[in-house]
Ligand binder design. Structure first.
Ligand SMILES: Nc1nc2c(ncn2[C@@H]2O[C@H](COP(=O)(O)OP(=O)(O)OP(=O)(O)O)[C@@H](O)[C@H]2O)c(=O)[nH]1
Ligand SMILES: [Mg+2]
Length: 246
């Protein structure tokens, strides 16, 4: 029997300085794995950044047919907007997923999560990678990000009453059928999109599991700890309000 198919989106906002080695390794390991397609979705570039991204991605596309040509969106939608744009254009695979471009989560971890997904007899349970095991040497993060991650995780699980520790980890796999059911309800396109995705999956009856992974933070992140945390907390409150109305 052929393995469950996966389409992975790599959302990018001005990542030409960070994505190269990670994308090359990801191409190699997913090529060996088979049944995986991938696409970079970038929405933060000017002409010179787009040219740099093409310089990195074009040779990889030539070597690896499973790396689809990048999608350059005309306007900045945010991380979630880029992920959904990629998912909405994907061929009918079993699993839709995304992974951050900066390599904080290694290509080996991506393979591990795909293998875990393929153990399911059918694609039914969404898999959210998690940095919750924060005491472990597996997770290296700046203390400020670690702390904000804990606070935000507690906020999400308490306000939304969903048993999750780390809703924000940059690696997730979602059954495509489950995504199609909830897609019309999704409206948050920024950094809190994962929270709305999680809540919608949960409310639609789709099970999810947190999968502990190694995480070695790559410097140069785009999340602004104060500004984005406030925005994300507001988004969580809005999600709670909408859920209560239903
Ligand atoms: N397309 C797109 N991708 C984005 C946008 N903002 C962030 N991303 C991508 O989202 C991913 C995560 O962003 P990072 O900059 O790594 O976030 P961070 O500040 O390191 O936060 P953590 O990784 O959670 O510690 C990266 O692949 C970014 O390029 C955006 O507006 N559009
Ligand atoms: Mg990062």
């Amino acid at each position: 029997m052929s393995p469950a198919t996966v389409h992975l989106v790599i959302p990018c906002f001005q990542e030409s300085g960070r994505i190269g080695p990670f994308l090359a390794e990801l191409c190699e390991v997913t090529h060996e794995l088979g049944g995986v397609t991938m696409q970079v979705v970038e929405d933060g570039s000017d002409a010179s950044e787009a040219a740099r991204m093409r310089e990195i991605i074009t040779p990889l596309c030539q070597r690896h047919a499973h790396l689809l040509p990048p999608l350059f969106l005309p306007h900045n939608l945010g991380k979630g907007g880029a992920v959904y744009a990629g998912w909405d254009q994907a061929a009918p695979v079993d699993w839709l997923g995304f992974v951050d471009a900066d390599g904080s989560c290694s290509a080996t971890e991506v393979v591990g999560l795909i293998q875990r997904a393929r153990l399911q007899p059918a694609a039914l349970t969404a898999l959210f990678a998690s940095r919750w095991d924060q005491t472990s040497s597996k997770v290296q993060r700046q203390w400020k990000r670690r702390l904000m991650g804990r606070i935000f995780g507690t906020l999400v699980s308490t306000l939304l009453r969903i048993p999750i520790h780390d809703s924000q980890c940059g690696l997730k796999l979602v059954p495509r059928a489950a995504y199609l059911r909830i897609a019309p309800k999704l409206s948050i396109l920024g950094f809190a999109f994962d929270v709305e995705l999680l809540a919608a999956l949960h409310d639609s009856g789709c099970a999810f599991e947190e999968a502990s992974i190694s995480w070695h933070e790559t410097p140069g992140g785009h999340v602004h700890l104060i500004r984005d945390s406030i925005r994300m907390a507001r988004d969580v409150l809005a999600i709670r309000k909408r859920r209560r109305k239903r």
